[in-house]
Write a protein that binds this ligand. Sequence first.
Ligand code: C2E
Ligand code: CA
Ligand code: CA
Length: 506
Amino acid sequence: MSILATIKDHSGRIYRGIQTLLVSSIAATAIATFGPAENAAALALSVAATGLALLVLMYMRSSVVQRLQSAADAEAEKHRFLSVDAMTGAMTRRYFLEALSDSLGTLRNRRQASLLLIDLDHFKQLNDTFGHQFGDLALAYLVKEAERIFADGIIGRLGGDEFGVIVPHGDAAALNKDVRRLLDAMRAGKRHEGKVVPLSISLGVALAPLHASNPTELMLLADLALYESKAAGRGRVTVFDEEMLSDKRYRRLVERELRAAVYLGELELHYQPIVGAEGPIDALEGLIRWRHPVRGLISPAEFIPIAERSTLIDMIGEWVFKRACADIGQFPGRRISINVSGEQLKRDEIVTMCDRVLRETGRSASEFIIEITETVATAATPEILRRLEALRGLGFDIALDDFGTGHCGFNYLKTLPIDCVKIDRSYIRSLAHDQVAQIFVSALAQIARIQDITIVAEGVETSEEFTLARAAGCSRFQGYFFGKPAPRDKTSALCAADNQPLALSA
Ligand code: C2E
Ligand code: CA
Ligand code: CA
């Protein structure tokens, strides 16, 4: 029970107790006053009632004090639970950020402070090699050492293996000395089964108010410095420098935010219908969106290229496929086409991930189409071709996306392991007035028919474009004319209204 509820509960009881006391005293006094002169019984009753009421009142007082004490203890325990990380004893992220804000002072009264961000290097490998228990001990050891060296600092746990320290001064020389001591203490290592395991940390430092005086900005700058430490080979400290504020700043910020977005459930998979020549929907293309809490709905064109610079694209690719597997039941009789980045195809993970997710979800690969871009296909190494064959071997159909934008000649249709070609919308737009586009699409459609490949016209926006694409030999159509990408439930209703599903075939 909260302190407030305890007080309310007890004040009701006190009120009733005082009421009883008053009624008893008034009754006894009345009897003593108006009763027979020698009413010893009334006098005794008056004394007894008053005494009893006093006792009740005393009991209540001690009970209230006791209850308030235990409620306050419970509240303190709850606060401790929320503010302290149980494993390491460091402050939790939320409370650390509040403490950082307090440490920087107000606009009129800026205080000097330094923010250190610390990452335990190779944490995953530590866990894999020595076990999770040792990993946990290593984190707790880092916090203990940081507490010892930065005795007047505040230590917080910001993520799995990332910590922050707020030091209440901006003395760079003193800070440098203390950071070296921490690096040395970690290097000296932690004992594990009779052996000493040396530990390594990377640090990033930003100073307030020299570099920034607002907590969000200071965190970002310290994070950039930490990134530099890691990029330079880890096990070192970097103090923020203006030079770091190049376009890397934005990329790194988006990368971090995007990683968090996967966990925070900010990603959405929207679906756009792909229809047959007579109009029924026979497949849906899954298109990712990022619903950012501040910036609103962000297009994949903005964040996929950033994700592609790291293995973050693998994480997003897995999220997309899992989402599609979970959603496909909402589109009975239709397949889902998903976009796979060329970067994902550079690693075997794409094949193992797809296989694993299919087994986990009980879905079949034949319910999905994998779209790869034309540029990937033209630059395909033997490894990439092997992965495409492996995906096809699992039962996926492969579609060649944005055909016509790169250097993919018709001969690729013979050599590449593909089942479908999606003609880029620039050709569909030109069909009405450009003879070259007409000849290109017609020739492609003829070759595709021989090769048993489905041709999809992309970006069909008008009934005229639909008619021309159909006349040129395309068999599937996608574009705003048939429907824009929309959230799952809206698309599911569209599929239900469109009651004649066809199997996707050439
Ligand atoms: P894309 O695969 O070529 O997807 C088609 C894009 O064209 C989509 O843009 C779609 O909204 C847009 N579009 C569809 N019909 C029309 C039309 O009639 N007119 C016009 N003007 N545009 C149309 P979106 O959703 O912004 O996606 C952009 C690109 O981002 C995609 O191009 C794809 O390359 C990439 N992408 C989207 N989702 C994913 C994903 O889950 N994974 C990966 N790796 N890439 C994705
Ligand atoms: Ca696509
Ligand atoms: Ca496309």
